[in-house]
Write a protein that binds this ligand. Structure first.
Ligand code: ADP
Ligand code: MG
Length: 598
Protein backbone atom coordinates (compact mmCIF):
# COMPACT_ATOMS: atom_id res chain seq x y z
CA UNK A 1 0.00 0.00 0.00
CA UNK A 2 1.29 3.45 -0.81
CA UNK A 3 1.81 5.42 2.31
CA UNK A 4 2.50 8.91 0.96
CA UNK A 5 -0.50 11.16 0.47
CA UNK A 6 -1.12 14.86 0.23
CA UNK A 7 -2.26 16.58 3.39
CA UNK A 8 -5.71 18.09 3.17
CA UNK A 9 -5.53 21.87 2.73
CA UNK A 10 -6.94 22.54 6.17
CA UNK A 11 -4.10 20.64 7.78
CA UNK A 12 -1.45 22.17 5.55
CA UNK A 13 -2.84 25.59 6.36
CA UNK A 14 -2.71 24.92 10.05
CA UNK A 15 0.91 23.93 9.76
CA UNK A 16 1.71 27.03 7.75
CA UNK A 17 -0.25 29.12 10.24
CA UNK A 18 2.13 28.01 12.95
CA UNK A 19 4.85 29.85 11.07
CA UNK A 20 3.03 33.00 10.14
CA UNK A 21 0.56 33.47 12.98
CA UNK A 22 2.22 32.87 16.29
CA UNK A 23 0.19 35.21 18.44
CA UNK A 24 -2.46 37.92 18.15
CA UNK A 25 0.27 40.44 17.34
CA UNK A 26 1.30 38.58 14.18
CA UNK A 27 -2.34 38.46 13.12
CA UNK A 28 -2.64 42.21 13.67
CA UNK A 29 0.49 42.83 11.63
CA UNK A 30 -0.76 40.81 8.67
CA UNK A 31 -4.19 42.40 8.65
CA UNK A 32 -2.98 45.98 8.99
CA UNK A 33 -0.34 45.43 6.33
CA UNK A 34 -3.03 44.16 4.00
CA UNK A 35 -5.06 47.30 4.64
CA UNK A 36 -2.05 49.46 3.84
CA UNK A 37 -1.34 47.46 0.70
CA UNK A 38 -4.95 48.13 -0.26
CA UNK A 39 -4.27 51.86 -0.07
CA UNK A 40 -6.30 52.56 3.07
CA UNK A 41 -6.17 56.09 4.47
CA UNK A 42 -7.88 55.25 7.71
CA UNK A 43 -7.46 52.01 9.65
CA UNK A 44 -9.22 51.01 12.83
CA UNK A 45 -8.01 48.21 15.03
CA UNK A 46 -10.46 46.86 17.57
CA UNK A 47 -9.29 44.29 20.04
CA UNK A 48 -10.88 42.30 22.81
CA UNK A 49 -8.91 40.56 25.54
CA UNK A 50 -5.58 41.30 23.92
CA UNK A 51 -6.73 39.64 20.70
CA UNK A 52 -7.56 36.32 22.30
CA UNK A 53 -11.30 36.78 21.91
CA UNK A 54 -11.45 39.16 18.99
CA UNK A 55 -9.25 41.17 16.70
CA UNK A 56 -10.84 43.31 14.04
CA UNK A 57 -9.32 45.53 11.38
CA UNK A 58 -11.49 47.94 9.42
CA UNK A 59 -10.08 49.87 6.48
CA UNK A 60 -11.27 52.20 3.76
CA UNK A 61 -8.97 50.68 1.15
CA UNK A 62 -9.72 49.23 -2.26
CA UNK A 63 -11.91 46.38 -1.05
CA UNK A 64 -12.24 43.11 -3.00
CA UNK A 65 -14.53 41.71 -5.64
CA UNK A 66 -16.64 38.73 -4.70
CA UNK A 67 -14.28 36.30 -6.39
CA UNK A 68 -11.20 37.92 -4.93
CA UNK A 69 -12.69 37.76 -1.48
CA UNK A 70 -13.01 34.01 -1.82
CA UNK A 71 -9.59 33.66 -3.43
CA UNK A 72 -7.92 35.73 -0.75
CA UNK A 73 -8.23 32.86 1.72
CA UNK A 74 -6.50 30.31 -0.50
CA UNK A 75 -2.88 29.59 0.16
CA UNK A 76 -0.44 31.42 -2.07
CA UNK A 77 -3.25 33.60 -3.28
CA UNK A 78 -1.90 37.07 -3.74
CA UNK A 79 -2.53 40.03 -5.97
CA UNK A 80 0.91 41.43 -5.28
CA UNK A 81 3.45 39.41 -7.22
CA UNK A 82 3.17 37.14 -10.18
CA UNK A 83 6.70 35.87 -10.61
CA UNK A 84 9.94 35.49 -8.70
CA UNK A 85 11.39 38.56 -10.39
CA UNK A 86 8.79 40.75 -8.69
CA UNK A 87 10.20 39.75 -5.33
CA UNK A 88 13.15 42.01 -5.83
CA UNK A 89 11.21 45.11 -6.67
CA UNK A 90 8.78 44.73 -3.85
CA UNK A 91 7.09 47.80 -2.47
CA UNK A 92 4.10 46.18 -0.79
CA UNK A 93 4.23 44.78 2.72
CA UNK A 94 2.75 41.38 1.91
CA UNK A 95 3.49 39.11 -1.02
CA UNK A 96 3.43 35.53 0.14
CA UNK A 97 -0.30 35.14 -0.04
CA UNK A 98 -0.25 33.11 3.12
CA UNK A 99 -1.54 35.34 5.84
CA UNK A 100 -5.28 35.12 5.32
CA UNK A 101 -5.13 31.39 4.62
CA UNK A 102 -3.20 30.93 7.82
CA UNK A 103 -5.45 33.10 9.92
CA UNK A 104 -8.63 31.42 8.81
CA UNK A 105 -7.10 28.00 9.47
CA UNK A 106 -6.80 28.77 13.15
CA UNK A 107 -9.70 31.12 13.88
CA UNK A 108 -13.24 32.10 13.05
CA UNK A 109 -13.08 34.83 10.46
CA UNK A 110 -15.76 37.13 9.20
CA UNK A 111 -15.02 39.30 6.19
CA UNK A 112 -17.06 42.09 4.72
CA UNK A 113 -15.65 43.88 1.74
CA UNK A 114 -16.74 46.13 -1.08
CA UNK A 115 -15.05 47.91 -3.95
CA UNK A 116 -16.11 51.43 -4.89
CA UNK A 117 -17.40 50.21 -8.25
CA UNK A 118 -19.63 47.51 -6.75
CA UNK A 119 -23.07 48.21 -5.45
CA UNK A 120 -23.16 45.38 -3.00
CA UNK A 121 -20.37 43.94 -0.98
CA UNK A 122 -19.47 40.37 -0.07
CA UNK A 123 -19.74 38.70 3.27
CA UNK A 124 -17.76 35.61 4.00
CA UNK A 125 -17.52 33.58 7.17
CA UNK A 126 -14.86 30.94 7.56
CA UNK A 127 -14.29 28.71 10.56
CA UNK A 128 -11.04 26.79 10.57
CA UNK A 129 -10.63 27.01 6.76
CA UNK A 130 -14.23 25.99 6.16
CA UNK A 131 -16.57 28.47 4.49
CA UNK A 132 -19.71 28.49 6.61
CA UNK A 133 -21.42 31.50 5.09
CA UNK A 134 -21.07 33.39 1.84
CA UNK A 135 -23.52 36.02 0.69
CA UNK A 136 -23.94 39.54 -0.64
CA UNK A 137 -24.16 42.31 1.92
CA UNK A 138 -24.35 46.05 2.26
CA UNK A 139 -21.20 47.53 3.68
CA UNK A 140 -19.00 50.59 3.20
CA UNK A 141 -16.21 50.62 0.63
CA UNK A 142 -13.17 48.89 2.06
CA UNK A 143 -12.56 45.79 4.07
CA UNK A 144 -13.64 44.75 7.52
CA UNK A 145 -12.07 41.57 8.87
CA UNK A 146 -12.99 40.17 12.24
CA UNK A 147 -10.92 37.35 13.66
CA UNK A 148 -12.52 35.63 16.64
CA UNK A 149 -11.25 33.02 19.04
CA UNK A 150 -7.77 32.77 17.64
CA UNK A 151 -6.37 29.22 17.95
CA UNK A 152 -9.79 27.88 18.95
CA UNK A 153 -8.84 24.64 17.21
CA UNK A 154 -5.19 24.55 18.30
CA UNK A 155 -5.38 24.34 22.11
CA UNK A 156 -1.62 24.03 22.48
CA UNK A 157 -1.13 27.39 20.86
CA UNK A 158 -3.88 28.95 22.85
CA UNK A 159 -2.26 27.81 26.06
CA UNK A 160 1.06 29.08 24.80
CA UNK A 161 -0.24 32.66 24.76
CA UNK A 162 1.05 34.88 27.52
CA UNK A 163 -0.95 37.02 29.93
CA UNK A 164 -3.26 39.65 28.49
CA UNK A 165 -0.89 42.44 29.48
CA UNK A 166 1.95 40.79 27.65
CA UNK A 167 -0.09 40.02 24.56
CA UNK A 168 -1.47 43.56 24.54
CA UNK A 169 2.05 44.89 24.80
CA UNK A 170 3.04 42.69 21.85
CA UNK A 171 0.09 44.01 19.89
CA UNK A 172 1.06 47.60 20.58
CA UNK A 173 4.71 46.98 19.75
CA UNK A 174 3.70 45.51 16.43
CA UNK A 175 1.30 48.40 15.90
CA UNK A 176 4.03 51.00 16.61
CA UNK A 177 6.33 49.35 14.09
CA UNK A 178 3.72 49.95 11.44
CA UNK A 179 2.17 53.28 12.36
CA UNK A 180 5.55 54.97 12.75
CA UNK A 181 6.15 54.55 9.02
CA UNK A 182 2.67 55.56 7.91
CA UNK A 183 2.05 59.02 9.36
CA UNK A 184 -0.15 59.82 6.37
CA UNK A 185 -2.62 57.15 7.37
CA UNK A 186 -4.93 57.71 10.34
CA UNK A 187 -5.10 54.90 12.89
CA UNK A 188 -7.18 54.07 15.91
CA UNK A 189 -6.48 51.32 18.39
CA UNK A 190 -9.28 50.25 20.70
CA UNK A 191 -8.88 47.65 23.41
CA UNK A 192 -11.86 46.40 25.41
CA UNK A 193 -13.85 49.48 24.41
CA UNK A 194 -11.11 51.86 25.49
CA UNK A 195 -9.39 53.99 22.86
CA UNK A 196 -5.71 53.44 23.53
CA UNK A 197 -4.40 55.36 20.56
CA UNK A 198 -5.96 57.85 18.20
CA UNK A 199 -3.44 58.84 15.59
CA UNK A 200 -4.44 61.53 13.13
CA UNK A 201 -2.68 62.12 9.83
CA UNK A 202 0.47 64.17 10.35
CA UNK A 203 4.22 64.23 9.96
CA UNK A 204 6.58 61.58 11.25
CA UNK A 205 7.48 63.91 14.06
CA UNK A 206 3.87 64.36 15.08
CA UNK A 207 3.28 60.64 14.89
CA UNK A 208 6.21 59.94 17.19
CA UNK A 209 5.09 62.66 19.57
CA UNK A 210 1.53 61.31 19.57
CA UNK A 211 2.78 57.89 20.61
CA UNK A 212 5.70 58.60 22.89
CA UNK A 213 5.40 62.27 23.81
CA UNK A 214 4.93 63.31 27.36
CA UNK A 215 2.13 65.84 27.72
CA UNK A 216 3.99 67.63 30.47
CA UNK A 217 7.21 68.26 28.64
CA UNK A 218 6.71 68.00 24.95
CA UNK A 219 9.87 65.97 24.88
CA UNK A 220 9.83 65.25 21.28
CA UNK A 221 10.35 68.82 20.22
CA UNK A 222 12.86 69.50 22.90
CA UNK A 223 14.51 66.18 23.47
CA UNK A 224 15.54 65.14 19.97
CA UNK A 225 17.66 66.38 17.09
CA UNK A 226 17.06 65.71 13.46
CA UNK A 227 19.33 63.47 11.39
CA UNK A 228 19.40 63.76 7.65
CA UNK A 229 21.83 62.64 5.02
CA UNK A 230 21.62 61.75 1.36
CA UNK A 231 24.17 59.64 -0.46
CA UNK A 232 24.07 57.65 -3.64
CA UNK A 233 23.89 54.44 -1.69
CA UNK A 234 21.32 55.34 0.91
CA UNK A 235 19.34 58.20 2.35
CA UNK A 236 18.99 58.38 6.10
CA UNK A 237 16.53 60.56 7.97
CA UNK A 238 15.19 60.57 11.46
CA UNK A 239 15.62 61.74 15.01
CA UNK A 240 18.08 60.94 17.76
CA UNK A 241 17.84 61.86 21.42
CA UNK A 242 19.91 64.71 22.82
CA UNK A 243 22.42 63.38 25.32
CA UNK A 244 20.85 65.29 28.18
CA UNK A 245 17.40 63.93 27.43
CA UNK A 246 18.50 60.33 27.50
CA UNK A 247 16.23 58.01 29.42
CA UNK A 248 16.51 54.67 31.14
CA UNK A 249 14.15 53.10 28.72
CA UNK A 250 15.41 53.70 25.23
CA UNK A 251 13.07 53.65 22.25
CA UNK A 252 15.14 52.36 19.34
CA UNK A 253 13.61 52.10 15.92
CA UNK A 254 15.13 51.42 12.54
CA UNK A 255 12.98 51.39 9.43
CA UNK A 256 14.01 50.54 5.92
CA UNK A 257 11.83 51.36 2.93
CA UNK A 258 8.81 51.65 5.16
CA UNK A 259 9.37 48.55 7.26
CA UNK A 260 10.55 48.14 10.78
CA UNK A 261 13.80 46.25 11.17
CA UNK A 262 16.20 45.23 13.86
CA UNK A 263 19.82 45.81 13.06
CA UNK A 264 22.38 45.21 15.80
CA UNK A 265 25.26 46.34 13.61
CA UNK A 266 23.70 49.71 12.78
CA UNK A 267 22.76 50.07 16.42
CA UNK A 268 26.47 49.85 17.12
CA UNK A 269 27.05 52.72 14.66
CA UNK A 270 24.67 54.91 16.65
CA UNK A 271 26.16 53.88 19.97
CA UNK A 272 29.60 54.73 18.62
CA UNK A 273 28.41 58.17 17.57
CA UNK A 274 27.32 58.78 21.15
CA UNK A 275 30.49 57.46 22.76
CA UNK A 276 31.49 59.54 25.74
CA UNK A 277 28.22 61.44 25.75
CA UNK A 278 26.03 59.09 27.74
CA UNK A 279 26.40 57.81 31.27
CA UNK A 280 27.21 54.13 31.67
CA UNK A 281 24.33 51.75 31.07
CA UNK A 282 22.35 54.31 29.12
CA UNK A 283 21.19 53.74 25.58
CA UNK A 284 20.20 56.42 23.10
CA UNK A 285 16.63 56.59 21.80
CA UNK A 286 16.28 57.02 18.06
CA UNK A 287 13.95 56.77 15.12
CA UNK A 288 15.96 56.23 11.95
CA UNK A 289 14.43 55.79 8.51
CA UNK A 290 16.57 54.37 5.71
CA UNK A 291 15.63 54.67 2.09
CA UNK A 292 17.55 52.39 -0.22
CA UNK A 293 17.21 50.70 -3.57
CA UNK A 294 15.27 47.49 -2.76
CA UNK A 295 17.85 45.55 -4.73
CA UNK A 296 20.51 46.50 -2.19
CA UNK A 297 18.73 44.69 0.62
CA UNK A 298 17.71 41.13 1.14
CA UNK A 299 13.91 41.13 1.04
CA UNK A 300 12.27 40.22 4.25
CA UNK A 301 11.53 36.74 3.02
CA UNK A 302 10.23 35.44 6.31
CA UNK A 303 7.18 37.29 7.59
CA UNK A 304 8.12 37.09 11.23
CA UNK A 305 11.76 38.03 10.88
CA UNK A 306 12.69 41.63 11.40
CA UNK A 307 16.39 41.41 10.64
CA UNK A 308 17.37 42.59 7.21
CA UNK A 309 20.65 42.15 5.41
CA UNK A 310 22.16 45.06 3.48
CA UNK A 311 24.57 44.66 0.60
CA UNK A 312 27.05 47.24 1.81
CA UNK A 313 26.75 47.28 5.57
CA UNK A 314 30.18 48.69 6.39
CA UNK A 315 29.69 51.75 4.23
CA UNK A 316 26.22 52.36 5.61
CA UNK A 317 27.63 51.96 9.12
CA UNK A 318 30.03 54.81 8.39
CA UNK A 319 27.39 57.02 6.80
CA UNK A 320 25.00 56.47 9.68
CA UNK A 321 27.62 57.12 12.32
CA UNK A 322 28.73 60.31 10.60
CA UNK A 323 25.16 61.53 10.20
CA UNK A 324 24.35 60.99 13.86
CA UNK A 325 27.64 62.59 14.94
CA UNK A 326 26.91 65.58 12.80
CA UNK A 327 23.42 65.95 14.23
CA UNK A 328 24.70 65.69 17.79
CA UNK A 329 27.60 67.98 16.97
CA UNK A 330 25.31 70.72 15.73
CA UNK A 331 23.49 70.46 18.95
CA UNK A 332 26.44 70.30 21.30
CA UNK A 333 28.12 73.29 19.69
CA UNK A 334 25.26 75.41 20.88
CA UNK A 335 25.24 75.00 24.60
CA UNK A 336 21.68 75.22 25.82
CA UNK A 337 22.80 73.69 28.91
CA UNK A 338 22.17 73.13 32.56
CA UNK A 339 24.97 74.10 34.88
CA UNK A 340 24.22 71.43 37.42
CA UNK A 341 27.51 70.15 38.70
CA UNK A 342 26.63 66.80 40.10
CA UNK A 343 25.83 63.70 38.12
CA UNK A 344 26.89 65.40 34.93
CA UNK A 345 29.02 64.59 32.01
CA UNK A 346 31.30 66.90 30.09
CA UNK A 347 30.82 68.02 26.56
CA UNK A 348 33.77 69.97 25.24
CA UNK A 349 33.19 73.59 24.32
CA UNK A 350 33.91 74.62 20.75
CA UNK A 351 35.89 77.66 21.84
CA UNK A 352 37.83 78.57 24.93
CA UNK A 353 35.82 81.62 25.83
CA UNK A 354 36.04 82.39 29.51
CA UNK A 355 32.60 81.15 30.46
CA UNK A 356 31.64 78.61 33.04
CA UNK A 357 32.07 75.19 31.67
CA UNK A 358 28.75 73.98 30.38
CA UNK A 359 27.70 70.53 31.33
CA UNK A 360 24.88 68.32 30.38
CA UNK A 361 22.88 67.19 33.32
CA UNK A 362 21.42 63.75 32.98
CA UNK A 363 18.39 63.01 35.04
CA UNK A 364 18.35 59.27 35.58
CA UNK A 365 14.73 59.32 36.56
CA UNK A 366 13.34 61.37 33.82
CA UNK A 367 11.43 59.39 31.27
CA UNK A 368 10.03 61.32 28.38
CA UNK A 369 8.06 58.34 27.19
CA UNK A 370 5.85 58.09 30.19
CA UNK A 371 2.66 58.71 28.55
CA UNK A 372 0.95 57.45 25.51
CA UNK A 373 -1.46 60.10 24.51
CA UNK A 374 -2.71 62.28 21.79
CA UNK A 375 -2.45 65.32 23.99
CA UNK A 376 -1.06 68.43 22.41
CA UNK A 377 0.84 70.46 24.92
CA UNK A 378 -0.23 74.04 25.43
CA UNK A 379 1.54 76.42 23.12
CA UNK A 380 3.16 78.19 26.01
CA UNK A 381 4.73 74.98 27.16
CA UNK A 382 6.20 74.27 23.78
CA UNK A 383 7.70 77.71 23.59
CA UNK A 384 9.13 77.40 27.02
CA UNK A 385 10.93 74.21 26.13
CA UNK A 386 11.96 75.44 22.76
CA UNK A 387 13.48 78.48 24.34
CA UNK A 388 15.51 76.29 26.66
CA UNK A 389 16.87 74.44 23.69
CA UNK A 390 17.36 77.38 21.37
CA UNK A 391 20.04 76.10 19.06
CA UNK A 392 22.04 79.20 18.34
CA UNK A 393 22.78 81.00 21.57
CA UNK A 394 26.44 81.34 22.58
CA UNK A 395 27.33 80.07 26.02
CA UNK A 396 28.23 83.53 27.25
CA UNK A 397 24.63 84.60 26.93
CA UNK A 398 23.21 81.89 29.09
CA UNK A 399 21.41 83.57 31.92
CA UNK A 400 21.90 82.36 35.43
CA UNK A 401 18.24 81.75 36.16
CA UNK A 402 18.41 78.95 33.69
CA UNK A 403 20.77 77.21 36.02
CA UNK A 404 23.91 79.33 36.12
CA UNK A 405 24.02 79.37 39.89
CA UNK A 406 25.77 76.47 41.47
CA UNK A 407 24.40 75.65 44.86
CA UNK A 408 27.11 74.14 47.00
CA UNK A 409 26.67 72.34 50.28
CA UNK A 410 28.87 74.80 52.14
CA UNK A 411 26.74 77.67 50.85
CA UNK A 412 23.55 76.01 52.08
CA UNK A 413 25.16 75.12 55.41
CA UNK A 414 26.17 78.69 56.16
CA UNK A 415 23.40 80.89 54.72
CA UNK A 416 20.23 81.99 56.50
CA UNK A 417 16.98 80.37 55.41
CA UNK A 418 13.39 81.58 55.53
CA UNK A 419 10.09 80.00 54.95
CA UNK A 420 7.75 82.06 52.81
CA UNK A 421 4.01 81.67 52.50
CA UNK A 422 4.15 78.30 54.20
CA UNK A 423 5.22 76.91 50.85
CA UNK A 424 8.63 78.07 49.80
CA UNK A 425 12.09 78.03 51.26
CA UNK A 426 14.15 81.11 50.43
CA UNK A 427 17.89 81.27 50.63
CA UNK A 428 20.38 83.83 49.37
CA UNK A 429 23.10 82.31 47.24
CA UNK A 430 26.01 83.86 45.36
CA UNK A 431 24.40 85.52 42.39
CA UNK A 432 20.76 85.43 43.42
CA UNK A 433 17.92 84.48 45.69
CA UNK A 434 16.93 80.82 45.51
CA UNK A 435 13.29 79.73 45.85
CA UNK A 436 12.64 76.11 46.72
CA UNK A 437 9.17 74.55 46.58
CA UNK A 438 9.15 72.63 49.86
CA UNK A 439 6.53 70.04 48.95
CA UNK A 440 8.16 69.20 45.65
CA UNK A 441 11.64 69.15 47.16
CA UNK A 442 10.49 66.66 49.72
CA UNK A 443 8.66 64.69 47.10
CA UNK A 444 11.83 64.45 45.02
CA UNK A 445 13.76 63.08 48.01
CA UNK A 446 11.08 60.52 48.73
CA UNK A 447 10.96 59.59 45.09
CA UNK A 448 14.65 58.78 45.03
CA UNK A 449 14.40 56.89 48.26
CA UNK A 450 11.49 54.82 46.96
CA UNK A 451 13.16 54.04 43.65
CA UNK A 452 16.17 52.85 45.62
CA UNK A 453 14.02 50.72 47.89
CA UNK A 454 12.19 49.24 44.95
CA UNK A 455 15.42 48.12 43.38
CA UNK A 456 16.61 46.61 46.64
CA UNK A 457 13.27 45.27 47.87
CA UNK A 458 13.71 46.68 51.29
CA UNK A 459 11.00 49.21 52.02
CA UNK A 460 10.02 49.59 55.65
CA UNK A 461 6.46 48.67 56.57
CA UNK A 462 4.15 50.06 59.18
CA UNK A 463 1.45 47.66 60.35
CA UNK A 464 -2.07 49.09 60.22
CA UNK A 465 -4.20 48.73 63.33
CA UNK A 466 -7.32 48.47 61.22
CA UNK A 467 -6.73 46.78 57.88
CA UNK A 468 -8.45 48.47 54.96
CA UNK A 469 -10.41 46.52 52.38
CA UNK A 470 -9.55 47.38 48.82
CA UNK A 471 -12.17 46.35 46.26
CA UNK A 472 -11.09 46.33 42.64
CA UNK A 473 -12.64 46.16 39.19
CA UNK A 474 -11.57 43.09 37.20
CA UNK A 475 -9.17 45.05 35.01
CA UNK A 476 -7.76 46.84 38.04
CA UNK A 477 -7.29 43.46 39.64
CA UNK A 478 -5.06 42.31 36.79
CA UNK A 479 -2.96 45.42 37.06
CA UNK A 480 -2.84 45.31 40.85
CA UNK A 481 -1.57 41.75 40.80
CA UNK A 482 1.10 42.74 38.35
CA UNK A 483 2.26 45.54 40.63
CA UNK A 484 1.91 43.59 43.84
CA UNK A 485 5.50 42.35 44.14
CA UNK A 486 6.73 45.92 43.82
CA UNK A 487 4.09 47.31 46.14
CA UNK A 488 5.17 44.73 48.70
CA UNK A 489 8.78 45.67 48.10
CA UNK A 490 8.19 49.23 49.24
CA UNK A 491 6.19 48.24 52.28
CA UNK A 492 2.56 47.57 51.38
CA UNK A 493 1.21 44.45 53.04
CA UNK A 494 -1.76 43.07 51.14
CA UNK A 495 -3.59 39.79 51.38
CA UNK A 496 -6.24 38.62 48.97
CA UNK A 497 -9.69 38.39 50.55
CA UNK A 498 -11.84 37.40 47.60
CA UNK A 499 -11.83 37.40 43.82
CA UNK A 500 -12.16 41.17 43.79
CA UNK A 501 -10.73 42.42 47.03
CA UNK A 502 -7.58 42.68 49.08
CA UNK A 503 -7.05 43.45 52.71
CA UNK A 504 -4.37 46.10 53.16
CA UNK A 505 -2.66 45.45 56.45
CA UNK A 506 0.46 47.50 56.25
CA UNK A 507 1.72 50.59 54.43
CA UNK A 508 5.16 52.03 53.68
CA UNK A 509 6.51 54.00 56.64
CA UNK A 510 6.88 57.06 54.41
CA UNK A 511 3.12 57.33 54.29
CA UNK A 512 2.94 58.13 58.00
CA UNK A 513 -0.70 57.87 59.01
CA UNK A 514 -2.37 58.19 55.67
CA UNK A 515 -5.11 56.02 54.38
CA UNK A 516 -3.86 53.33 52.00
CA UNK A 517 -6.70 53.20 49.51
CA UNK A 518 -6.48 56.63 47.86
CA UNK A 519 -2.75 56.16 47.39
CA UNK A 520 -3.19 52.71 45.87
CA UNK A 521 -5.87 54.06 43.57
CA UNK A 522 -3.61 56.91 42.49
CA UNK A 523 -0.82 54.44 41.77
CA UNK A 524 -3.04 52.20 39.67
CA UNK A 525 -4.44 55.16 37.84
CA UNK A 526 -1.01 56.62 37.16
CA UNK A 527 0.39 53.32 35.89
CA UNK A 528 -2.51 52.90 33.54
CA UNK A 529 -2.81 56.50 32.41
CA UNK A 530 0.83 56.97 31.67
CA UNK A 531 1.10 53.65 29.89
CA UNK A 532 3.80 52.23 32.11
CA UNK A 533 4.66 48.96 30.42
CA UNK A 534 7.87 47.82 31.93
CA UNK A 535 8.73 47.17 35.54
CA UNK A 536 11.04 50.17 35.40
CA UNK A 537 8.22 52.41 34.25
CA UNK A 538 5.63 51.25 36.68
CA UNK A 539 8.13 51.47 39.52
CA UNK A 540 8.63 55.09 38.55
CA UNK A 541 4.87 55.62 38.69
CA UNK A 542 4.57 53.88 42.05
CA UNK A 543 7.40 55.93 43.48
CA UNK A 544 6.02 59.13 42.02
CA UNK A 545 2.47 58.62 43.31
CA UNK A 546 3.64 57.55 46.72
CA UNK A 547 6.12 60.40 46.99
CA UNK A 548 3.47 62.86 45.90
CA UNK A 549 1.06 61.56 48.53
CA UNK A 550 3.59 61.40 51.32
CA UNK A 551 5.60 64.60 50.87
CA UNK A 552 5.17 67.37 53.43
CA UNK A 553 2.13 69.51 52.90
CA UNK A 554 2.20 72.93 51.26
CA UNK A 555 1.39 74.83 54.41
CA UNK A 556 3.46 73.01 56.97
CA UNK A 557 5.73 75.33 58.85
CA UNK A 558 9.32 74.17 59.01
CA UNK A 559 12.13 74.98 61.42
CA UNK A 560 15.35 76.40 60.06
CA UNK A 561 17.04 73.08 60.73
CA UNK A 562 14.39 71.16 58.82
CA UNK A 563 14.65 73.54 55.88
CA UNK A 564 18.43 73.32 55.78
CA UNK A 565 18.31 69.57 55.96
CA UNK A 566 15.75 69.41 53.17
CA UNK A 567 17.70 71.70 50.83
CA UNK A 568 20.99 69.98 51.56
CA UNK A 569 19.57 66.58 50.78
CA UNK A 570 17.91 67.97 47.70
CA UNK A 571 21.07 69.40 46.17
CA UNK A 572 22.92 66.15 46.76
CA UNK A 573 20.60 64.49 44.28
CA UNK A 574 21.98 64.10 40.77
CA UNK A 575 19.19 66.26 39.38
CA UNK A 576 16.91 68.44 41.39
CA UNK A 577 15.49 71.29 39.38
CA UNK A 578 12.42 69.49 38.09
CA UNK A 579 10.29 66.72 39.51
CA UNK A 580 10.18 63.50 37.49
CA UNK A 581 6.90 64.71 36.03
CA UNK A 582 8.41 68.00 35.00
CA UNK A 583 7.39 70.53 37.66
CA UNK A 584 9.78 73.19 38.88
CA UNK A 585 11.29 72.47 42.27
CA UNK A 586 13.68 75.37 42.46
CA UNK A 587 14.41 78.60 40.66
CA UNK A 588 16.67 81.59 41.13
CA UNK A 589 15.84 85.27 41.14
CA UNK A 590 19.21 86.54 39.94
CA UNK A 591 21.06 89.64 41.12
CA UNK A 592 20.47 91.00 37.66
CA UNK A 593 16.71 90.53 37.94
CA UNK A 594 16.69 92.12 41.37
CA UNK A 595 18.75 95.07 40.15
CA UNK A 596 16.35 95.66 37.30
CA UNK A 597 13.56 96.18 39.81
CA UNK A 598 15.28 99.27 41.21
P1 ADP B 1 -0.51 38.84 0.65
O1 ADP B 1 -0.75 40.08 1.44
O2 ADP B 1 0.84 38.26 0.90
O3 ADP B 1 -0.82 38.99 -0.80
P2 ADP B 1 -2.67 37.74 2.18
O4 ADP B 1 -3.07 36.34 2.49
O5 ADP B 1 -2.34 38.61 3.31
O6 ADP B 1 -1.48 37.68 1.16
O7 ADP B 1 -3.83 38.40 1.31
C1 ADP B 1 -4.23 37.78 0.13
C2 ADP B 1 -4.83 38.77 -0.85
O8 ADP B 1 -6.08 39.25 -0.36
C3 ADP B 1 -4.00 40.02 -1.06
O9 ADP B 1 -3.01 39.84 -2.05
C4 ADP B 1 -5.06 41.04 -1.48
O10 ADP B 1 -5.31 40.97 -2.86
C5 ADP B 1 -6.30 40.57 -0.74
N1 ADP B 1 -6.55 41.36 0.49
C6 ADP B 1 -6.24 40.98 1.76
N2 ADP B 1 -6.59 41.93 2.65
C7 ADP B 1 -7.13 42.94 1.95
C8 ADP B 1 -7.69 44.23 2.30
N3 ADP B 1 -7.74 44.66 3.57
N4 ADP B 1 -8.16 45.00 1.28
C9 ADP B 1 -8.11 44.58 0.01
N5 ADP B 1 -7.59 43.39 -0.39
C10 ADP B 1 -7.11 42.57 0.55
MG1 MG C 1 -0.81 40.14 3.47
Amino acid sequence: MDIIHLLPDSVANQIAAGEVIQRPASCLKELVENSLDAGAKRIQVIVRDAGRTMLQVIDDGSGMSETDARMAFERHATSKITNAQDLFALRTMGFRGEALASICAVAQVELQTRRAEDEVGSLLEIHGSEVVRSEACTCPVGTNIKVSNLFFNVPVRRRFLKSDQTELRNLLTEFYHIVLVYPKVAFTFVHNDEILLELPVGTEKQRIEAIFGNPKRNVFTSGFVEVSTDTELVSIRGFVVKPESVTRKAEQYFFVNGRYMRHPYFLKAIQTAYSGMLPNDYQPSFFIYFDIDPEAIDVNIHPTKTEIKFADEQTIFQILMAAVREALGKFTLAPQIDFDTSGSIDIPLPSDKPVSRPQVAVDPNYNPFHSRSTYTPPRQNIEHWQSLYEPSRPASEIRPEEGGIVLTESMVESCPLWQYGGKYILLPAEGGLVFVHQHRAHMMLLYHQLIEQLSQTQGAMQQLLFPEVYTLQPDEMVLFEQLLPDLRAIGFDAEQLSADSYSIQGIPTQMANQSALPVLQTILHAVRERGANTQQEWREQIALSLAEASAIAQNKSLTEMEMRDLVLRLIRLPFYRLTPDGKTILFVLTDEDILKRF
